[in-house]
Design a protein around this ligand. Structure first.
Ligand code: KDG
Length: 356
């Protein structure tokens, strides 16, 4: 496999410990499934430190709590997980590097910055590829997706499971966006949009006439507050749970990319675990990922409504308006499809078609 790109990093935050809130939460979230299965044998005690980018109220955090609870119950407390939310330990790129060196045990990044390890993951960054959640979940559960997780082997990172970050929506502090021209047409200055550290995302926003600025998630709120960037794009649940509505007046339901999360553990940590513990960690990862997808689904529309209640002006786009965005980003496919692999894209499109 040839190297197509290499992302640069930016630094965020210092470490502090934050532990355990109740599953709680407002949108009548499903409780986590009962924890079943036997208590596994005693193979010593481990404390796993897990860093994530999102807040304590996010589906990601809540599902990680469930992951911790499974391990706690099924080892009678011998494996515990300390969760560090809000990018306290760094951003996705940095935390993956910490997994490689063994200075952090676990993290849960978007697939987009992980393309530096497994380039095929960039297929998920292609705009409008996964039109509905059933198709997206079917893709994440496919053998092809499992091969992407397996391809981390030897990188220093073991990828345990895919789950849902979600459909990305545009927000900004300047104007309502209904058309691609509103992002950066002839008559208006291009919006400065923070993107994840991923070249396909850069290409999407360049193509739309914006000024894309890759930046660590942990730096984003203050960048928007200080007017360093006009806007960003993330699922409604992230916009809500990270309080972006406090600095972003406008939202547009663009659904331009569906981003998965990948739950990861350091290979060094993994190798220290007894086989029976490894099996349990893998099982708990799959179970908590499934729960995360359920929570993320429940959160999605609810979060949009909450944001509207909090005063964000959200533009829903009809099919014709979405088609205009889709057409406008066609050059992204022309540029990236040959690099990502036409066969891989066709395979994913096949899964999508059988889940329409
Ligand atoms: O924990 C995950 C977050 O760090 C990040 O992936 C959120 O989608 C995200 C972004 O925009 O950086």
């Amino acid at each position: 496999m040839t190297t197509i790109w290499r992302n640069t990093l930016t630094l965020a935050g210092a470490a502090t410990l934050s532990l355990g809130i109740a599953y709680a939460q407002s949108p009548d979230l499903s409780d986590p499934p009962e924890i079943d299965g036997d208590v596994v044998g005693d193979h010593g005690s481990h404390t796993l430190r897990m860093g994530i980018g999102l807040a304590e109220s996010s589906p990601q955090y809540l599902s990680v709590q469930y992951f911790a609870d499974i391990l706690d119950q099924r080892t009678e407390g011998r494996i515990s997980v300390d969760i560090f939310p809000n990018s306290q330990l760094g951003d996705d790129v940095q935390m993956m590097e910490m997994l490689q060196t063994g200075s952090l045990d676990m993290t849960y990044p978007s697939s987009s910055p992980a393309t530096t390890y497994v380039e095929e993951l960039a297929v998920f960054d292609l705009p409008f590829l996964l039109p509905n959640r059933d198709a997206a979940v079917a893709v994440m559960q496919s053998d092809t997706a499992q091969e992407m997780l397996d391809a981390f082997e030897g990188s220093g990172i073991k990828a345990l499971a895919f789950s849902e970050n979600g459909y990305r929506q545009l927000s900004n502090s300047v104007r309502p966006v209904e058309t691609p021209e509103d992002v950066g047409g002839m008559d208006v200055g291009g919006l400065t949009i923070r993107t994840m550290e991923n070249p396909v995302h850069l290409s999407i926003w360049e193509t739309l006439g914006a000024n894309p600025t890759p930046m660590a998630f942990g730096e984003l709120f203050s960048a928007m507050e200080q007017g360093v960037v006009d806007g960003q794009e993330n699922p409604w649940s992230t916009i809500l749970t990270s309080n972006f509505h406090e600095v972003q007046d406008y939202g547009s339901e663009t659904r331009h990319v569906y981003t998965p999360f990948i739950l990861m553990i350091s290979e060094r940590t993994w190798d220290r675990l007894a086989p029976e513990y490894q099996e349990l960690v893998q099982e708990a990862a799959r179970q908590s990922a499934q729960y995360e997808i359920q929570l993320a689904t429940e959160y999605d529309d609810w979060s949009r409504e909450q944001l509207e209640e909090k005063g964000m002006q959200i533009t829903r786009l009809d099919d014709e308006q979405i088609a205009a965005f889709q057409e406008a980003v066609q050059p992204v496919y022309d540029e990236w499809a040959p690099k990502i692999g036409e066969d891989l894209i066709a395979e994913i499109q096949g899964i999508v078609e059988s889940n329409q």
